[in-house]
Unconditional design. Structure first.
Length: 241
């Protein structure tokens, strides 16, 4: 059992906490989001405290603050040399973390999505990968990156997920308007996409080409999206992020 502290308890931290409790670890979380921390205390028996109490009780710390408040919060805290640091804060650089968390030097950066709780969430990592693997693998595979630039590119792909979900919502909305059954349309769209991805045949390009064959509705869809600039917009968004 490892003593783990969580600073910043929100939508990213909560599934991580539930996963780690099930693995048998001792968790202490901050009360920054009191509704979430109180719910975790009631449902999973985690302890709650101030950020400094969380630090002083923990061997490993998960930093889950929003970037715009992280510098102010962390700058007033005292870390310890023996501690491991897992940052899930996009926008806070490694050099900043080294300064904010000194004298701690075991640092790894990653960004999970909420389904980490069920396993199968790839964790792009830069830094002390064994620290991350000890906590979250083998259920969640750790993907090595060789630079902070490469890590940030993986973060951009994580941001692509809600973009794809947004497109699915648009498609489901169209289906609902055509059929008059909005809930059924969303359920159908969700199951169709998730079921296909769960049994993905080969690479993404192979899976696309297996469906989008000449003179099919699937090819009409992919061609129309390309001609409409969907792929240019995606690349532009990834570059901007």
């Amino acid at each position: 059992m490892t003593k783990i502290g969580v600073i910043g308890t929100g939508h990213i931290a909560a599934p991580m906490v539930r996963f780690l409790v099930r693995k048998g670890h001792d968790l202490t979380v901050t009360k920054r989001n009191e509704a979430v921390s109180s719910a975790l205390a009631q449902s999973h028996g985690v302890a709650c405290g101030t950020a400094q109490v969380v630090i002083d009780r923990s061997d490993i710390l998960l930093l889950c603050l929003r970037p715009h408040v992280a510098r102010d919060v962390l700058g007033s805290l005292r870390f310890h040399a023996h501690q491991g640091i897992v940052s899930v804060m996009a926008g806070i650089t490694r050099s900043e973390l080294q300064g904010l968390c000194a004298p701690a030097v075991r640092i790894v950066q990653t960004i999970p999505l909420g389904f980490l709780e069920q396993g199968g969430c790839p964790l792009a990592a830069f830094g002390d990968e064994p620290l991350l693997k000890a906590l979250f693998s083998p259920e969640n595979p750790v993907v090595s990156t060789n630079s902070e630039t490469a890590l940030n590119a993986h973060f951009a792909i994580c941001a692509m997920v809600p973009g794809i979900v947004d497109l699915m919502a648009t498609g489901a909305g169209w289906l609902g308007s055509e059929t008059g059954a909005e809930e059924a349309a969303e359920a159908y769209t969700t199951q169709l996409i998730s079921g296909f991805l769960a049994t993905l045949p080969g690479t993404l390009e192979e899976a696309r080409d297996a469906l989008a064959t000449p003179n099919t509705l699937s090819l009409q869809m992919t061609d129309t999206l390309r001609e409409g600039g969907a792929h240019r917009a995606l690349n532009a968004a990834l570059d901007t992020i």
